[in-house]
Design a protein around this ligand. Sequence first.
Ligand code: FE2
Length: 312
Amino acid sequence: MARIIAGVSSSHVPAIGAAIDNKQTEEPYWKRVFSGFEKSKEWMAQAKPDVVILIYNDHASAFSVEMVPTFALGCAAEFPPADEGWGPRPVPVVKGHPQLAAHIAQSVILDEFDITVVNKMEVDHGLTVPMNLLFGSPKEWPCPVIPLAVNVVLYPPPTGHRCFMLGRAIRKAVESYPEDLRVVVFGTGGMSHQISGPRAGLINSKFDKAFLDNLTKDPKKLTRIPHLEYMREAGAEGIEMVMWLVMRGALEDKVDEVYRFYTVPASNTAVGHIILEPHRRSAKKAAGKSKKPAGKMKRAAARAKTAVLRSR
Ligand SMILES: [Fe+2]
C-alpha cells in the first residue's frame, strides 16, 4: 500500500530560480535564502520518496486566461519546463507517475472533487523552483512527480477549506493504491507578497509566522481564513498559501514539525518553508521501551537521525 511519509511546503519565488540559473547562489543576498534549505536537502536525501505530489499554481504558462481549471492533475508521463519569456529553465524534464496519477484522479473524482485531468502540460517556476530547493540541481530529478495545479491567479480561487479537503481525498487515494510507494506531498506558493498596485512589496511576517504555527498545530483554523483576509493581510498574491492547505489536508491531524525556515525578502516576497511528518512518539521514548521488536527499534533509530534535523 502506498503511504504519505511527509508534507513539505515552500515558496516558489521565480527570482530564486533565476539566481540558480545565473549562478548567484553564493552571493550574500541569495546565500541567506539558500542556506535555509541545506538541511531540507539533507532531509529529502534521507527520506528518498518514491513519488512527490507537488501542488503549485501555473502562472499563465500552461493555461492562459482563456481557460483556467480550478484543480488540474498532471497524468502525463513527463512534463517539460515551460518557456516563461526567456527560454525554458535549464532543469530536467519532470517525469510523471501516470499510474498513480490516474488512480488519484479516479479516487478524488468519485469522491466528488471534479478535477481536470491533464495529459499534456509544461511546468513553470511554480513547480521547478521548489524542486531545486529540496533536490538541488541534479541532471535528472531523483523521483517521479505528479503535478497538481491550483488556480490562484484568476478570481475566484478555491477556498482554503476546499483545498484542505482535497488533501484529505488525496490521502485516501494514495492509501488505496496497492503498490508500496513512499509519497511526499509538497505544497508551494506564498508567503505574503504583492507584486503590483499601491501596496506592491507588502510583506507581513506576523501573519506568515502565525500561518506556519497553525499549519502544524491548528490547520482547521487556517481553513476558515476568507479570501479577503489573505488579500488584506498577506497581499494580493498571498492567496497562494491556500495551496499549502492541500498538503496539510493530506497529513494526519497531529504532525511533528521537523524543520522550518523563514526569511525576508527574496525579490519582493517572504520565503517560508516547513517540513511536517506524521506524529510519533519521540525516538527516546520509543527506544526506552523494553522488549521492543527489532523492526520497531530500527525505526526508532531512524527517527533519532531525523531528530538531528529538527530546527526552529
Ligand atoms: Fe506563484
